[in-house]
Design a protein around this ligand. Structure first.
Ligand code: CP
Ligand code: NVA
Length: 342
């Protein structure tokens, strides 16, 4: 059911089922979503899924493109009996002829929940302020919280034992959404979290400060370094992401390659963890060979085959990126069911 038609036009209270950034959650809330996702995954495998979202309507608003996030929301909703409406970058008035605030109030009258992927974090926050229904951040320039739920579920599957004894290192563009989210998520959960990046690409100071603040209560170990060997020593997982994110100019590639080639994930970097079973994670999509237009162009212009990770590592048994991608479905389903389920 959509929000009551008698609700005030200026609903400003955020729905408690919203997920806008990791910093809004406490450790128990975060882990409860991961645990729920694990149960939903098992139920689907066993063929014992219950439909907890029958009759619900969910809007999927995308200012940027997506494969995993869009498909995970759609399949999760369908599995649970809900309907989705996809509004792509050009398919609506959003941001062009109609403000976010007005759009929020319209969508909130029709839908039971709204997913948003786009540029500014402020947009998803405004949607949440004015829709009166749960709003979920499917990635902004600042944060990628649904990715974090999948990443932590994947880590628990591949590294049994307490999260507090799990170490991971992100190598690459430390300022991007995924790196920032990984830093605060590890800090929130009391993990051993490292970012290895050139100083020019370290996460913003306020994000590093937030991670240190969280660590004082969670007991997390937080390290931001430009030293690859220090970053990956003892890591159970090494993680990377594209060197130029959606919304950034292609012209950045040349400078990024100069800065980030030493942080590319190779067999040597995996070996530097000192652990024989260190696994490789990537949120995807990845530039790991020449089989895409981008990969082909990088080869033509810079003589590179792959960028942030070598094809050897990407295709190796150490790589668990497709488990990680599948877990987007189960964790996003957990978010939907927690917010709207019967
Ligand atoms: N990892 C991720 O968010 O993938 P998409 O961009 O395909 O949604
Ligand atoms: N940092 C990447 C993540 C893609 C899932 C981007 O924003 O393009």
């Amino acid at each position: 059911m959509a929000a009551s038609t008698t609700a005030p036009l200026t609903a400003t209270a955020r729905h408690p089922g919203s997920l806008l950034k990791e910093l809004d959650l406490d450790k128990e809330q975060f882990l409860a979503l991961v645990a729920r996702a694990a149960r939903l995954k098992q139920d689907k495998a066993d063929g014992t899924q219950h439909r907890r979202l029958t009759g619900r309507n969910i809007a999927l608003v995308f200012e940027k493109s997506s494969t995993r996030t869009r498909c995970a929301f759609e399949v999760a909703a369908h599995d649970q009996g809900a309907h989705v409406t996809y509004l792509g970058p050009d398919g609506s008035h959003i941001g062009h002829e109609e403000s976010i605030r007005d759009t929020a109030r319209v969508l909130g009258r029709m839908f039971d929940g709204i997913e948003f992927r786009g540029f500014a974090q402020d947009t998803v926050e405004q949607l949440a302020d004015h829709a009166g229904v749960p709003v979920w951040n499917g990635l902004t320039d600042s944060w990628h919280p649904t990715q974090m739920l999948a990443d932590i579920l994947t880590m628990t599957e591949h590294h049994p034992g307490p999260l507090e004894q799990t170490a991971y290192c992100f190598l690459g563009d430390g300022r991007n959404n995924v790196a920032r989210s990984l830093l605060v998520t590890g800090a929130l959960l009391g993990m051993d979290v490292r970012i290895a990046a050139p100083r020019e690409l370290w996460p913003p100071d306020d994000v590093i400060a937030a991670a240190h603040r969280l660590a004082t209560t969670s007991g997390a170990r937080v390290l931001v370094t430009d030293d690859v060997e220090q970053g990956v020593a003892g890591a159970d997982f090494v993680y990377t992401d594209v060197w130029v994110s959606m919304g950034e100019s292609d012209e950045r590639w040349s400078a990024r390659i100069d800065l980030l080639l030493p942080y590319r994930i190779t067999e040597k970097v995996l070996h530097a963890s000192g652990k024989p079973d260190t696994k490789f994670l990537h949120c995807l999509p990845a530039v790991h060979d020449r089989s895409t237009q981008l990969g082909d162009r990088l080869h033509e212009l810079y003589g590179l085959s792959g960028a942030e990770v070598t094809d050897d590592v990407f295709e190796s048994p150490r790589s668990i990126v497709f488990d990680q991608a599948e877990n987007r479905l189960h964790t996003i389903k957990a978010v939907l069911v927690a917010a709207l389920g019967d």
